[in-house]
Write a protein that binds this ligand. Sequence first.
Ligand SMILES: [Zn+2]
Length: 280
Amino acid sequence: MPHIPLNLKTYKSGSTRAPHKPLLLLYALSRWKGGQKEFPWLDLREDVKDLIAQFGGSAGANPQYPFVRLRTDGIWQVSDLDTDFKGDMKISELNRLNNRGSFTAEFEAQISDSQAFADLVQNLLDEHFSETLHEDIRLAVGLQEPSALSTYTRRQRNPYFRQAVLDAYQYQCAICGYNLRYRNTLIGVEAAHIQWHNSQGPDEVDNGLALCSIHHKLLDYGAIGFDHNRELLIASGVNGADLDFWLHRHKGRGLQLPSNGVSEPRPEYLQWQRREVFKG
Ligand SMILES: [Zn+2]
């Protein structure tokens, strides 16, 4: 299998997220698979901006940064730009020149192997986004579900994390108390990482919350967060008919925390989520 010369971890610095390049790459990979070989700036700027606004957490939606900076990874080239150009281009300049991005021939040769392509896509998702968002991102960029062929091995998870978190929270959502079961099987209550596992969040109960599927997704999407008193925060852009049912009525009530005290969410993890994910 061809080796993809891409150190995806270098996009991040420590636990700080850097979702711009991965989102541009996923956008371009999907279209490349569909036969498109060049990506004009004016065609992609709005789509990539939307992707960053949706899935980039708290990141500013600036598609011009990854469009130019992805060149430094040796897999992407931009027309009408000196190969040794460093720095960023102004949006006005990009709009005027309508530069075209494309993958380098070497990178195209590597991703033409469908196994390598599938693994790269999965790796980008695993390294940069919470698992709760993977399906939505695939849908948004038009990339298929991973095929049964994929041999990419997912990062080993601590098998006890889920059990320990659910135990500590008595098998119910810490925000709304949801705990429906079918007989003895719990349905739709999950162990969420507050600081994502792919961003150095540990598999410890004090970095976990038991949440129903809806509140888990809202948290990882950045639609909600918690302040330093662990009170619910709601991003200003959240709207919809059920806003009161899902969110507003839980404001000011605080989280339903483990009774033992020691497993409570640590402020530093809640702070990471506010800084890197919450849309404010
Ligand atoms: Zn809930």
